[in-house]
Design a binder for this molecule. Sequence first.
Ligand code: KIV
Ligand code: ZN
Length: 518
Amino acid sequence: MTKDRVVIFDTTLRDGEQSPGATMTHDEKLEIAELLDDMGVDIIEAGFPIASEGDFRAVSEIAQRSKNSVICGLARAQLPDIDRCFEAVKLAAKPRIHTFIGTSPLHRAIPNLTMDEMADRIHETVTHARNLTDNVQWSPMDATRTEWDYLCRVVEIAIKAGASTINIPDTVGYTAPRESADLIKRLIETVPGADEVVFATHCHNDLGMATANALAAVEGGARQIECTINGLGERAGNTALEEVVMALKIRGDIMPFETNIDTKKIMHISRRVATVAGFPVQFNKAIVGKNAFAHESGIHQDGMLKNAETFEIMRPEDVGLAGTSLPLGKHSGRAALRAKLKELGIEVGDNQLKDIFVRFKDLADRKKEVFDDDILALVSTAEDDETQLKLVNMRVVCGTGGKAEAELEMEIDGQDVTATCKGDGPVDATFRAVRELHPNTARLQLYQVHAVTEGTDAQATVSVRLEEDGNIATGQSADTDTVVASAKAYIQALNRLLVRRSKVGPGADTKEISYKDV
Ligand code: KIV
Ligand code: ZN
């Protein structure tokens, strides 16, 4: 059977970054875009250029650095948004403008436009975008709750005005697989000109059906799937890239569609996005969760030893986890580390290898065997150079019969400062010392520790979520010392709050934008 190709549109840097707390720095966005491009993502939605100077700069730089991917920016149905979006993407080898408007009754009520007024607006804005570039995508937001006749009418207007991709978003995760397939199929059959454009599907996960709905839409005729790494996104998130890609790869017998994705790069990018966005991946998440390839029960372990296929439908190697993990140790050299990184789908330049090697040696000195998961955590915990707050040194005394005491040395805006604080346990004492050195009113919303590998010398990944004046920021760090990882994660979250504050506070980088100003 010949396979149709499905285009993968990744919106981790736009819809994913919109999840509360998932702020990425400029450099992190560039890094993730490069990984997406290398992995074979066809279209990268790099941001929402009108939203802030920071978003504009990130989209523009990603556009200039892009190699193979189309670089897309989002714009509301307003001429200045569209102009700003084009300004940001225009230096890409392959730029795209994605413009949208909410078409369901609830969404039409927000800007208070009549059906006719909205139809005119769609015609005007898509025509304007099309005069700037021939690669225009248009989305009727909340399409799955839009009246059928009106949906057909506006899709036809957008096609006639020059949109080459029509995206049908299930903005609130309301649809179900059969309905998702039918909607696309009926639109293609009904709307004049529909056979001239690509239909896309964009599903949110409020009922846990985003991936199933996206795959059903493909069966209905969609040829572009919008998704994010780890399913990051507003509320319950989006369709997860890794899930749709692996489902198409493994079930090609019933879904004969191909993608361009190099699946061996999945695990690394998943870990990296989890770290930079500060959203740990749930243990039982399909494909990329820590337990996705773990076998606990005796029957399963026995079956696995006899034939891995008894309990695994894909090999860990297929997604960038080396199956039989040969651990590295402190005598392993740079070449062995490079080979291991390559096996894990991670390609690094000489400078990056040097940096990872230093951290690998430091880890190997403290840990007998360094497993694949340790390496992935190590690569994912790269230090940020631009941060305002840095941990220099720490020492904690704790035990029975008294309060714990943390002695902390930090670099704050280039100045070395120290503090000693007591607390209820080592983590509390450490966080108090950080607060003494950098007074703040951030509230700790979440503190979580996961062991990366087995054993008492395992690295711990600590996740911290902070909230201050409605802004949320998360931090994540791995270390064999749980208290050190806690301090680093807490400091990272504070650094991100500072970035967020500079975006939304006085003199902020972010404009107050809302879907109301369509
Ligand atoms: O979920 C949604 O409707 C969106 C649009 C902006 C496409 O993200
Ligand atoms: Zn969305």
